[in-house]
Design a protein around this ligand. Sequence first.
Ligand SMILES: *Cc1c(COP(=O)(O)O)cnc(C)c1O
Length: 337
Amino acid sequence: KGLRPAAELSAVVKANAYGLGVHRVGPALLEAGCQIFFVAYAFEGTALRQLIGPDAKICIFNGPDADNITDFYANRLTPVLNTAAQIDLWERSGGDTPAMLHVDTGMNRLGLSPDEATQLAAKDTGLTISHILSHFSCSDDPEAAENTTQLARFQEARETLHTVFPEVQHSISASGGLFLPHEIEENLTRPGLALYGICPQVSLESALKTVAQLEAPVLQVRELKPGDPVGYGSTYRANKHMQVATIALGYGDGYSRALSGKGEVMLANTACPILGIVSMDLITVDISNCSEEVKIGDMAECFGHTLNIEKVAANAGTIPYELLVTLGDRVKRVYTD
Ligand SMILES: *Cc1c(COP(=O)(O)O)cnc(C)c1O
């Protein structure tokens, strides 16, 4: 909010609030004053409507289709219209109910092209459009030329559409956009990741306060002799006397198998490397360097306040977004109010 004080702050809570649990995150954000929410699917919007009551706006990024159009009216969901076909469907379904319009300014993913926006502006449309949206492709990199190009195209599209929708407001920044140094004029921002204390611009990773921590307990502690193997395929072999701990976390919990032999966890304030392959339910880590004794039941921090999620994601060859949304149902979410 402080980064873009003139704009209203909405909350993107798609994919179960980035894996963290929309049943708690949605109501908490509502209580904090959020009045506009975004999810990807109408069914996510329907579930959210039950959680946050009738007043806040719930907007659906992927827009309506013939199968779910009635859900929009039944649950007062606001569609984001992305294509000529969706515009047509919304108009025919009774369409002066407010919608948002997505204009693609260079990502070539979703939204009307600037030409289609011009065509729409030339038509006699019965639509009521509250906001024009667009989305940056490279806002995690402040130096990227795309940021400037997209802002210029967005400005043009707004001017074109302003003639048919004189009251329309506009929104382009997701989390990355909030941290861009560019002069960005908009009425509404749409962060998702940043709400959870993670900054998509790696150079600014400490700009926000971490809110999510993944912990898992030690199930067993053992000694290894030189030559002893660890885990499936014996891909790791001890080259000295070692102490190792087996931890109850694996790819069945969404902890990436790509962390095999690469990742680390924190135990007794010490970074403990993962030895061998990540299994479905377990990992084994090297605790030889821990200054304090590691005991059964101790909790390892797998990302969070000490071991930042950006680093764990980089080790897994992915981004923090994917680590969060792939956390499985077996991972118990504990909320500290
Ligand atoms: C997911 C999404 C957002 C939120 O993105 P973050 O990078 O998590 O802030 C905003 N706008 C659109 C169109 C999205 O798909």
